[in-house]
Design a protein around this ligand. Structure first.
Ligand code: DC
Length: 225
């Protein structure tokens, strides 16, 4: 059977990465978390105390760091210059910095190149903000996942508690709102649905129902190719 490219875009904590991971396992596809790539760039910048508005320094950083993504059924492991940073890139300050650094042309250029290299052979599900619009505009199947911001904030809040942090719900909510605004209003590759994306509201759906729904769209699409 033909192995296609599936794009899942949407705002932070819309449930896209969990759904993408489970759908990939079900289809025997590789899952690529593109947000993790921007997070890793942000961590690299933070570690060397770089001002992300310094174009020369940022360009030098992007030309020297090594970023590797390793796929496992339970998710991606992300490496910065050979070091496993999968946990560290989930910290809230890295979420903010990832959003800021992802607005920079040099960063997007490098990441899009890497994402295209990883996905071009098909049999992949990529999640992010611009997969269906910029990275793979010809992807055979595109989803745009949404959910009310309060639902998303609640999910992120519970995730943080599970990880052992002691989050404040209002802070989580306002940070999500800020990040969505920045990601949607930036000049380069803003978060917008591709014209041919299927919009999914994950708000009222449990995770199994989400995966089931995506899978049914996949079956319809694959039957038409
Ligand atoms: O999906 P995430 O929340 O882990 O992504 C972190 C940040 O990276 C997000 O705020 C915007 C940026 N990002 C992007 O600009 N393009 C993508 N394809 C994925 C993420």
């Amino acid at each position: 059977m033909r192995r296609i490219i599936i794009a899942i875009d949407g705002p932070a904590a819309s449930g896209k990465s969990t759904a993408a991971k489970l759908l990939a396992a079900r289809l025997g596809y590789v899952y690529i978390d593109t947000g993790a790539m921007y997070r890793t760039c942000a961590l690299a910048a933070k570690r060397c105390g770089l001002d992300i508005n310094d174009d020369d320094a940022l360009s030098q950083l992007m030309n020297t760091i090594r970023l590797d993504i390793e796929y496992h059924e339970e998710g991606n492991r992300t490496y910065l210059n050979g070091e496993d940073v999968s946990r560290e890139i989930r910290e809230p300050d890295i979420s903010r910095l990832a959003s800021a650094i992802s607005a920079k042309a040099i960063v997007r250029e490098k990441m899009v190149e890497l994402q295209r290299r990883l996905g071009e052979k098909g049999g992949v599900i990529l999640d992010g903000r611009d997969i269906g619009t910029v990275v793979f505009p010809n992807a055979e199947l595109k989803f745009f996942m949404i959910a009310p911001v309060e639902t998303r904030a609640r999910r992120r809040y519970l995730e943080l508690i599970e990880k052992g942090s002691n989050p404040d719900y209002d802070t989580v909510l306002s940070e999500l709102e800020e990040r969505d605004k920045a990601d949607s209003s930036r000049a380069l590759a803003p978060l917008i649905p591709a014209k041919d994306a299927i919009c999914i509201d994950s708000g009222p759906l449990g995770i199994e129902e989400q995966v089931e729904l995506l899978h049914s769209y996949y079956q319809t699409r694959i039957a038409s190719i």
